[in-house]
Design a protein around this ligand. Structure first.
Ligand SMILES: [Zn+2]
Length: 280
């Protein structure tokens, strides 16, 4: 039982005080674990509150639970080394593919059930948002990442206060790249997503996942300068890079991707940028 459920059980017991003392005797760290569940720091993330018994089956169950939340079919799940987790979205949701590497996840800090469900939620959010374009900022990919993390924050509230500490730690460590915004912003949008959905619930205005996304524009605009400066830096660094040496690996054939694919859209945009620059 996770710590939040345990405390709920105590609160609903016939004699809560006795139940609390009994629980604390059994598990002296119960209250400490409750207090630190949203803390994003290296010690808590990497070394404490780990689940050591997570098997492939548990991961599949977790993905199924997340798919149900989004009312999506369960994606094709594959284990593959290289990255923590990664999704290949598709215009047919049942063809969506989710890749993961449990050992990499564990090493990075996604090392208990609560962090795992949030990581899966982030990945499947991309399939959920497959047809959504926010058009709030020039790099749509970044906004898609922030939207996925906004949903992570909201889900953590809607699903009975899932601990966000480890997830936020892992996200916050990522540097800004062409496809992902700076991790600190990702951590912030998780926190914002929690507050936003708490407000919706309080005002009885929450009716479904789409309502959560109504919070995204305000977050983007209130961080616009930060986003813009970061994006200017990343795109400048990228244009200054040495051309990549051809490798064995086949390059992605962007042309063949569907027009709704985010990578293709980015590639098309970038291609046009180049053209206009050449024309200058
Ligand atoms: Zn993502």
């Amino acid at each position: 039982m996770n710590v939040v459920d345990e405390l709920k059980r105590i609160a609903n017991a016939e004699d809560p005080t006795a139940a609390f003392h009994e629980a604390m005797e059994r598990d002296p760290l119960l209250w400490v674990r409750f207090l630190r569940r949203h803390d994003a720091n290296i010690i808590d993330a990497l070394f404490l509150d780990k689940d050591y018994d997570i098997k492939d089956e548990d991961i599949k169950d977790t993905v199924k639970q997340v798919a149900d939340f989004f009312e999506l079919p369960v994606p094709i799940i594959k284990e593959r080394a290289e990255t923590i987790a990664e999704v290949i979205t598709s215009d047919k949701a049942e063809e969506c593919q989710l890749y993961y590497d449990w050992r990499e996840m564990e090493k990075s800090g996604i090392n208990n059930r609560e962090a795992l469900i949030l990581a899966c939620l982030h990945e499947l959010a991309h399939q959920y948002l497959y047809k959504t374009r926010f058009l709030l900022f020039e790099n749509e990919l970044w906004i898609q990442e922030l939207a996925a993390d906004l949903l992570v924050g909201a889900f953590s509230v809607l699903n009975g206060d899932v601990a966000t500490g480890k997830y936020k730690f892992v996200a916050s460590r990522q540097k800004a790249t062409l496809t992902h915004p700076d991790g600190k912003l990702r951590e912030e949008v998780v926190i914002y997503g929690r507050k936003y959905v708490e407000n919706l619930l309080q005002q009885k205005r929450y009716q479904g996942i789409k309502d959560i996304l109504t919070g995204l524009p305000a977050f983007v605009y209130s961080h616009y300068q930060e986003l813009q400066e970061s994006w200017d830096r990343v795109s400048l660094e990228d244009s200054a890079k040495e051309p990549v040496k051809p490798t064995e690996r086949k390059p992605i054939d962007y042309e063949s991707l569907p027009d709704t694919n985010l990578l293709k859209q980015y590639w098309l945009k970038h291609k046009d940028d180049k053209k206009t620059e050449d024309e200058k």
